[in-house]
Design a protein around this ligand. Structure first.
Ligand code: ACO
Length: 321
């Protein structure tokens, strides 16, 4: 059987870190104490006007390719998970393919599953590789959520940040992805959305992110616990067999509650939300890359990546790194 294995990771954060006090200085009616206590977030990165999601994706992709000793032309599938694409179309993946200089006819497409987008993209890539149709996929999460935030809504604007993370997934004889699971329940679409539409070339309705924070909190903790157990069961493994849990970085309290529910020790949970805020589809590959580069995640270790986001969507990938 063909395995699909992550052979390299990369990430990119635009600009300088923006602290909670910087947001106060910019006029947001909040405080460092409130944001830190309720969310654990201390910094986020915000994209300058000169950059868009495909630029962030390009930088993260080049970092991943360099880490793997690969050239862009070695990739035969490009998947970008984003809810903040450069354009309605063409896809950010197509733009990324062109920016990488590999506009050579290989497949490129976007995945839209909000904060679960990277897990959806990685699982799709896994299935392409296992089928034998493709050999090496670049899977990217890239977001410029700062562009869809209402900066007068302190209940949401303090939570999010921009960034991109990328992995190269390759056909391999060595075990890589051991199990994966994807889910959605569209009846929860109202608790987290950007409900604006497009008509006659204009955005109609509300173009900004709106959220019922407490409903999202409860839903996220429940499904992150369930889906982690689901992939462990599928691989016939237990929590004790796990080296690292890398959940979507929504806020520190969601991560802590998820770890507690699963019985995972806090020192096995990779946490980056304090430095990055919630970067939606970028948060999981950003956290993975950071933990790989600082030496915590090592070859052969078992890792769960898991996400939850608007839709609602959720999913997990259990892998041997
Ligand atoms: N600064 C200061 N005060 C604030 C802020 C802020 N940034 N935001 C809200 N408040 C105030 C409110 O106005 C309210 O004041 P009041 O009591 O005078 O009316 C008070 O704080 C409490 O507001 P709540 O919204 O009830 O605060 P809550 O304790 O629910 O915390 C939070 C809000 C942090 C958003 C919480 O609900 C949460 O963590 N939810 C999870 C949502 C999340 O992480 N979403 C990320 C996107 S979804 C995803 O990625 C899956």
């Amino acid at each position: 059987m063909i395995n699909a294995r992550i052979v390299a990771t990369g990430s990119y954060l635009p600009g300088e870190p923006v602290s909670n006090d910087d947001l106060v200085a910019r006029g947001v009616d909040t405080s460092d104490a409130w944001i830190t206590e309720r969310t654990g977030i201390r910094f986020r990165h915000l994209t300058p006007a000169s950059q868009s999601a495909s630029d962030l994706a390009l930088n993260a992709s080049l970092a991943a390719l360099e880490a793997g000793g690969l050239r862009p032309a070695d990739v035969d599938l490009v998947i970008v998970a984003t809810s903040t694409p450069d354009y309605i179309f063409p896809s950010t993946a197509a733009l990324l393919q062109a920016k990488l200089g590999i506009a050579n006819g290989s497949a490129a497409f976007d995945v839209q599953a909000v904060c679960s987008g990277f897990i959806y993209g990685l699982t799709i890539a896994e299935k392409f590789i296992r089928s034998g149709s493709h050999k090496r996929a670049l899977v990217v999460g890239a977001e410029v959520f700062s562009r869809i935030l209402d900066w007068t809504d302190r209940g949401t604007c303090v939570l999010f940040g921009d960034g991109a993370g990328a992995v190269v997934l390759e056909a391999s004889d060595t075990p890589g992805i051991l199990a994966s699971a994807l889910h959605a329940d569209g009846s929860y679409h109202g608790i987290l959305s950007v409900a604006g539409g497009i008509a006659s070339g204009q955005v109609t309705g509300d173009p900004f992110l709106r959220m019922d924070g407490q409903a999202v909190f409860k839903f996220a903790v429940k499904v992150l616990g369930e889906v982690a157990n689901e992939v462990l069961d599928a691989a016939k493994l237990q929590i004790a067999d796990l080296d690292w849990l890398i959940p979507h970085q929504a806020n520190a309290r969601i991560l802590q509650a998820t770890a507690k529910r699963l019985g995972v020790s806090p020192d096995k949970v990779i946490m980056t939300v304090d430095r990055h805020g919630n970067t939606s589809a970028a948060s999981i590959p950003l956290a993975l890359d950071l933990a790989v580069r600082d030496g915590r995640v090592q070859r052969g270790q078992r890792v769960i990546l898991e996400g939850v986001g608007g839709g609602f969507t959720w999913g997990a990938v259990l892998l041997q790194f």
